[in-house]
Design a protein around this ligand. Structure first.
Ligand code: ADP
Ligand code: MG
Ligand code: MG
Length: 251
């Protein structure tokens, strides 16, 4: 069973058709990249996967591990193993990063009908994950994302991912202008979390991110659908030829 299957997905936003028949299959263990010009609908796809309101699904289906998630709330999707990282992480003033992470684990456990994480267990989990990811414990005492550098935001995000151990990670990095530090953090984090049971969808505008996260498959997105798929060399071709070459094929 694929971890993620998107079947002929059509989505409308404010009476405008944005996604026009998206098809994607992510087998376990694979990392897929989606590239496409600004406005092609990439972020819309990630919001729809997350279950954000205001997106009207007018056709198709989204299956996580073989089960439709369309009727699930965002927290249920997270409990089912979906993790989304967005280009603009929310700042949470007044809540220490540690507290936020603990709440995230407990939300997942609650939705799964499991007992809350105890404080000693949580401390151990954070210590282990933090040392694997090279995270300074002082950062975890500060409010989440408030005044964080780009790299620190990405560290907090990857740590959250490591603690939740999702089946599917979707990262929308479009237009985010990651600096070198942040790019390394994302790449190292994603690479360290690659596993035969997990799939990742990396949405990006930048070919350079894919020098660090080498995808199994690259999809080109245009006008609300996938218009071309290939191996990692497609990302380089795309950079050399530009998106128009692929869009013309379709027109
Ligand atoms: P990308 O991430 O590829 O740049 P988006 O998914 O952000 O593309 O946007 C795709 C299209 O959907 C754009 O034309 C954008 O203007 C439109 N769009 C996205 N969100 C909304 C919204 N909330 N209301 C109206 N139009 C939207
Ligand atoms: Mg955009
Ligand atoms: Mg976008």
């Amino acid at each position: 069973t694929p971890i993620l299957e998107v079947r002929d997905l059509h989505v409308r936003v404010e009476d405008k058709d944005i996604l026009k028949g998206v098809n994607l299959v992510l087998p376990p263990g694979e990392v897929h990249a989606i590239m496409g010009r600004n406005g092609s609908g990439k972020s819309t796809l990630s919001y729809v996967l997350a279950g954000k309101e205001d997106y009207e699904i007018t056709g198709g289906d989204i299956l996580l591990d073989g089960e439709s998630i369309l009727e699930m709330e965002p927290d249920e999707r997270a409990a089912a193993g979906l993790f989304l990282a967005f280009q603009y992480p929310v700042e949470v003033p007044g809540v220490a990063t540690m507290t936020f992470l603990k709440a995230a684990i407990n939300a997942q456990r609650k939705a799964r009908g499991e007992a809350e994480v105890t404080t000693p267990e949580f401390m151990r989990l954070v210590k282990d994950a933090g040392s694997r990811l090279n995270i300074d414990s002082a950062m975890l005492k500060r409010p989440l994302n408030v005044g964080f550098s780009g790299g620190e935001k990405k560290r907090a995000e990857i740590l959250q991912m490591e603690l939740l151990q999702p089946k599917l990670c979707v990262m929308d990095e479009t237009d985010s202008g990651l600096d070198i530090d942040a790019l390394q953090v994302v790449a190292n984090g994603v690479n360290s979390m690659r596993s035969s049971e997990r799939s990742m969808l990396v949405i990006t505008h930048y070919q350079r991110l894919l020098n660090h996260i080498v995808p199994d498959v690259v999809h080109v997105f245009s006008d609300g659908k996938v218009v071309e798929s290939g191996d990692k060399s497609l990302a380089l071709e795309l950079e050399a030829k530009g998106y128009a070459a692929y869009e013309k094929d379709v027109a």
